[in-house]
Design a protein around this ligand. Structure first.
Ligand code: SF4
Ligand code: SF4
Length: 224
């Protein structure tokens, strides 16, 4: 599939660590129903940065968070532009975005697309955990009408948290319920997003704009 190879090459040339495709037509908001296929892009944090935030976020982590998001957005928009040029409708979903009507909800869940692509699972820490790279990753999604290869349900990865509860124990907000997310994924099954957000602002406002924490990522045994 020539168009797929073209967009994979854009991803590779722009530092994307992993790439996946999926069908998300069954979980899309109505306004995107005509774009039922998803391209997932992922980038990794260096372990050095993640090891440094076990007790709380650092300014290095905050800058990495912002810069990785910016590169994901930039690469996603390059792919969007290429697809539009080829006459294929496509819309990229920003790497980090909350809706004005609900600050704790995004336009579309990158994690859902990544799980459907068979790349990994969602942990009890409410983070996507890549099969090879663990939870220290960030994601972006491009929705498109272009038919893309789809992972079988049997190829999707089950949750592997087991009896671990390190993330819930370490969370300074007590915001994690120590629950395995069920499909269809709903953040409120796993996390009290208001508590998480309030604590980030209250405790870590001095780090960047107080928008990061990451302890539940750093303590996870799947960090690579
Ligand atoms: S980001 Fe921090 S406050 Fe939010 S759930 Fe994770 S550990 Fe808790
Ligand atoms: S810290 Fe443990 S319970 Fe939390 S996401 Fe990682 S493996 Fe799962």
């Amino acid at each position: 599939m020539e168009q797929l190879e073209t967009i994979k090459k854009i991803a590779e040339d722009n530092g994307i660590a992993f790439f996946g495709t999926s069908f998300v037509g069954d979980v899309l908001p109505r306004e995107f129903g005509h774009l039922p296929y998803a391209v997932t892009l992922g980038m990794r944090y260096p372990k050095t940065v993640v090891e440094g935030i076990k007790q709380g976020p650092t300014s290095l982590y905050f800058h990495q968070y912002r810069t990785i998001n910016a590169n994901l957005d930039r690469t996603a928009i390059l792919i969007q532009s290429k697809l539009l040029k080829l006459g294929v409708e496509a819309v990229y979903v920003p790497a980090s975005q909350s809706l004005p009507e609900n600050a704790f909800r995004a336009l579309f869940s990158h994690k859902t697309a990544a799980v459907k692509a068979g790349l990994g699972f969602i942990g009890k820490n409410n983070l996507f955990i890549h099969d090879d790279y663990g939870p220290a990753v960030r994601l972006s999604t491009i929705l498109t009408e272009m038919e893309l290869p789809v992972a079988m349900e049997s190829e999707q990865k089950p949750n592997r948290c087991g009896t671990c509860k390190r993330c819930a124990d370490a969370c300074p907000a007590g915001a994690l319920y120590n629950r395995v997310p069920k499909a269809p994924y709903n953040v409120s099954d796993v996390l009290d997003a208001e508590k998480c957000s309030f604590t980030m602002k209250e405790k870590y406002q001095h780090i960047g704009r107080g928008a990061v924490c990451g302890i539940c990522m750093a303590v996870c045994p799947f960090v690579k």
